[in-house]
Design a protein around this ligand. Sequence first.
Ligand code: PBG
Length: 326
Amino acid sequence: MKQLEFARHRRLRNSENMRALVRETHLHADDFIYPIFVVEGENKRNPVQSMPGVYQVSLDLLNEDIQEAVDLGIKSVIVFGVPAEKDEVGSQAYHDHGIVQEAIRQLSEAFPELVLIADTCLCQYTDHGHCGVIEEGKILNDPTLDLLARTAVSQAKAGADIIAPSNMMDGFVAAIRAGLDEAGFEHIPIMSYAVKYSSAFYGPFRDAAHSSPKFGDRKTYQMDPANRLEALREAESDVMEGADFLIVKPALSYLDIIRDVKNNFNVPVVAYNVSGEYSMIKAAAQNGWINEKEIVLEKLTSMKRAGVDLIITYHAKDAARWLADK
Ligand code: PBG
C-alpha cells in the first residue's frame, strides 16, 4: 500500500515526559495574586455564602491566613476592605486608620517580603455603593479623582507596595500618579484596572465586600462587554498616564481581550479571575459534576496562554497546593 502523507502530531504526545518537554505554558505559585477581605472587629472569620472557601477576616486572625499563603509560595496579596461605617463620600477609604490601611500596616510589618497590593476604590465605602461622588443621581468624574488620589496616598503611607485603582473614572491613573509623586511615593507602581467590563460575574464579590450599588448600575463607568477596540483605547490612555501594569477583568470570557492587550502593550498584563468565575466552579464541584482541581488548573493555564503575566484569583492557595503536589 502506498504510504499516505500526513502530519504525525501524536509523536510529541507519546508520554508524560515527552509532553512536558514540548509544553508551552507553565503555571507557578508566583503567578498568583491572592485576594483577601478584611473586616473590622475581632475574632471574625465570616464565610462568604456565595464564595465557598472565601472569608472576611478580622485583623487578629489575618496573619495565620497569610502565613499559609506565603508557605505555599504566594508572593502577593490584594487587600479589599469591608468597613464598619459608610458615608456619602466614602471617607473610610482614605482614612489613615481605615480597615485597609490598618491591614496593610500590620501585614507589611509581619511579612516584609510579601508584595501588598491595595485595591483603590470607593464603592465599599460609600453608602450608595457607587465608585464615585454623586450629585443628583449622577456619578461625577472629576471630583472623584481627588478622593482616589487621597486614598492611594494613605494606602502608600500605610505600606502598600502597589496601588491598584479599580474605579473606572477617566483620568484616575493620572490623578493617582500625581498624588503619589507629590507625596514622595514616586517609587510605588500603579496596577490599573484599565480594562474593566460591566459584568454580571462580579455578583458574588458584591456579597463579600457589601458593595452593590443601591440604585442603578455601573454601566456609565465600566465597559460594555460587547466592545473590543474600546479596551485598547482604555489600555492606551492608562499606559500614557503612567500605569505600570494593566488588568483585564473579568478573565474567562475575555481571553480575546487579554491577547489583544498583550500584543499591543509592553507592560505586564494581569487577569482578574473574578468571583463569579470562582463560584461557578465551586458550585459545580460541590455537586460532584466536575473535577475541581483539573478545571481550575486548566482555566488558569488558559489565562497564561492568552498572554497574562499574573492572575488575581481566589483559587490561589488551592492552585499553589496542587502545583506543589504535582
Ligand atoms: C469595584 C470592584 C469590583 C470587583 C472588585 N472591585 C467590581 C464591582 O463591584 O463593580 C469585583 C471582583 C470580583 O468579582 O471578584 N471596585
